[in-house]
Design a protein around this ligand. Structure first.
Ligand SMILES: [Zn+2]
Length: 417
């Protein structure tokens, strides 16, 4: 089965990325396996393998033999071949990770945020990356860049959030990449936090098992992404998947976008904080929600019921429109609250997903905490260098050897009181 390699000269860069991506996803591949997977000519694979080995992105290792003849050499990503930083920003913290090209999480740093204006945030990002660079000295020519994930950002580095609120009002029209690149001296890549988290899930989390999924991100508001044939759907202007502004109650609560009845007026962290009369721009928002939940505060229990009803409407709409393999639910919401909502939305009403031949769950809980959008952000930098096609990620019957960095992450910042 071919994955779209081309043997034409102008396809060289594309083919190099395709080969790198195949190796990244499969962990280790022989030249013969690469030829079969990519559809490229054996000589092309041989030339690309030699070039990638020479620049240090790939290493060749001899497979252990069975005593009969010379075993084939496996090509693997060289973890020392490239590094990237990933930064996730929400209304209370900057979370920064350092990963290598093989997907290993090397270091992480959390910095509390009390002022979310660009004047305050940009130097803090620079400081976090500088700290990680000091802790893990890296060759400058091996740093591929930094990915930044924040609500409202686009892939073009500008801020275009749909709703005005305390957090986003500072950022409208702010040229993120243009301002940050000279400060750091490395390439900057941007995307919104929800889509970065979906990419993080696709590479490192529960999404590794799926080719078509919808990801709902519980951030301060609600966002998400549609991963279609392995690729995040961005829309014509990079603004797709604003699930939080899906109208789930006609004539309902007034939203910051100006419409009424948007999902995030019922189901987001902001709506939960409003329910318990806690200021969203205050620190310790997660702790306040957890305390209310543990105390059995009737306001938070009522919020959970309402959140579940409106989320169910959104899920049925998404299933009927996109027919995904599953819907992943994750984000920075405290996990017990997400568990409580998920418990209330099942069994789900009927949709195109009701009768499933594959028996897959319609909803799956994914990663909680700031690591996944940060890892997804780092992927933006890593895979600009390596990724020809996300579709290789989802080649069936292959166990990816990319380490699940997220599995090792303990979200200390969401510690229970
Ligand atoms: Zn809205």
């Amino acid at each position: 089965m071919s994955f779209g390699g081309t043997n034409l000269d102008q396809g060289h860069a594309y083919n190099r990325r395709l080969v790198l991506e195949a190796i990244r996803v499969h962990g280790a591949l022989s030249r013969a396996e690469l030829t079969r997977l990519t559809g490229l000519a054996p000589q092309t694979i041989s030339n690309i393998s030699a070039a990638l080995t020479e620049v240090g992105l790939v290493v060749a290792e001899r497979r252990s033999g069975n005593g009969r003849g010379q075993p084939p050499a496996d090509l693997r990503l060289n973890p020392k071949g490239g590094y990237a930083f990933g930064v996730s920003i929400d209304n209370r913290r900057i979370f920064t990770v350092l990963v290598d090209i093989a997907g290993n999480l090397l270091d992480e740093l959390e910095d509390r945020l009390y002022d979310t204006s660009p004047e305050s945030v940009l130097p803090r990002i620079a400081s976090s990356i500088t700290t990680l660079r000091k802790q893990t000295p890296l060759p400058v020519d091996r740093i591929l860049g930094a990915g930044i994930a924040m609500t409202g950002l686009t892939t073009h580095g500008n801020f275009v959030g749909l709703a005005f609120d305390d957090f986003t009002s500072h950022w409208y029209g702010f040229p993120f990449e243009r301002q940050l690149e000279p400060m750091l001296g490395i390439p900057i890549f941007t995307d919104n936090d929800a889509r970065a988290a979906a990419i993080g899930e696709a590479f490192y989390g529960k999404g590794r098992k799926f080719r078509d999924f919808v990801y709902i991100y519980f951030g301060v508001g609600i966002g998400g992404s549609i991963i279609n044939s392995g690729q995040p759907f961005r829309g014509s202007r990079g603004r797709a998947s604003e699930f939080g502004h899906m109208i789930v109650e006609a004539g309902g609560r007034l939203c910051s976008c100006g419409n009424r009845g948007c999902l995030e007026q019922y189901t987001s962290m902001v709506s939960a904080l409003r329910a318990i009369e806690h200021r969203a721009d205050n620190a310790n928002t997660q702790e306040a929600l957890l305390r209310a939940f543990d105390d059995g505060d009737p306001r938070i229990l009522h919020w959970i019921d309402s959140a579940a009803i409106h989320l169910t409407t959104a899920i049925i709409n998404l299933e009927n429109i996109f027919d995904p393999e599953t819907i992943l639910l994750g984000g920075i919401i405290p996990e017990p609250l997400l568990d409580a909502i998920m418990a209330r939305i099942e069994p789900l009403p009927r949709s195109v997903a009701s009768r499933r031949e594959d028996g897959a769950s319609r909803i799956v809980k994914s990663s909680i905490g700031p690591a996944i959008p940060a890892l997804g952000a780092a992927s933006l930098a890593l895979f600009d260098a390596t990724s020809a096609s996300f579709s290789l990620l989802f080649k069936k019957n292959v166990v990816s050897s990319v380490p699940a960095a997220i599995d090792r992450f303990q979200p200390a910042s969401v510690a229970r009181p």
